[in-house]
Write a protein that binds this ligand. Structure first.
Ligand SMILES: [Zn+2]
Length: 157
């Protein structure tokens, strides 16, 4: 009888400890949520609101996988930009490079880069390193355009 009574009090004691522990956690949680000064590389967990590293995929506090929405939004591009990029990626890499080698400004003009073509022509670069640099640059322009469309989540890239 005495033994069981003793057990009861131990249970209630530990119960109190648990309650105190919980209220402490809640206070800590509330303080963290009220903090507005989030570092540039920090973000709020989408589930529990804890300040976590921006690049963290999973919240170390609650284990919730973070949505990629912020990253996707950052990479999103306006329709006009998407149209221009698609115009470039729809061109033939082979033609761009061939034109770049034959007469370098044409490589740029083929990709719709009239400004670059004009500069290349006016600086007489097509007589110098143009046939080497322009094909590489044209290839890079097309690659970058495709990458940007990929990052923006445009279908088909
Ligand atoms: Zn969390």
């Amino acid at each position: 009888m005495i033994g069981s009574h003793g057990d009861d009090s131990v249970v209630s004691e530990s119960g109190l400890v648990v309650i105190l522990g919980n209220s402490f956690n809640i206070k800590q949680y509330a303080c963290r949520n009220m903090a507005d000064d989030v570092g540039v590389d920090e973000a709020f967990c989408t589930s529990c609101g804890t300040v976590i590293k921006k690049e963290a995929e999973i919240c170390p506090e609650c284990g919730t996988r973070q949505q990629e929405s912020s990253k996707t939004t950052a990479a999103q591009i306006p329709d006009q930009r998407q149209y221009e990029l698609e115009k470039i990626t729809n061109k033939s890499t082979g033609v761009a490079i061939t034109l770049g080698i034959l007469l370098s400004p044409l490589g740029y003009i083929y990709l719709g880069k009239w400004g670059l073509g004009a500069i290349n022509f006016l600086t007489l670069n097509y007589l110098l390193l143009g046939p080497i640099i322009v094909p590489i640059h044209c290839y890079k322009i097309m690659n970058d355009a495709e990458d940007e469309l990929k990052r923006a989540g445009v279908e088909g890239y």
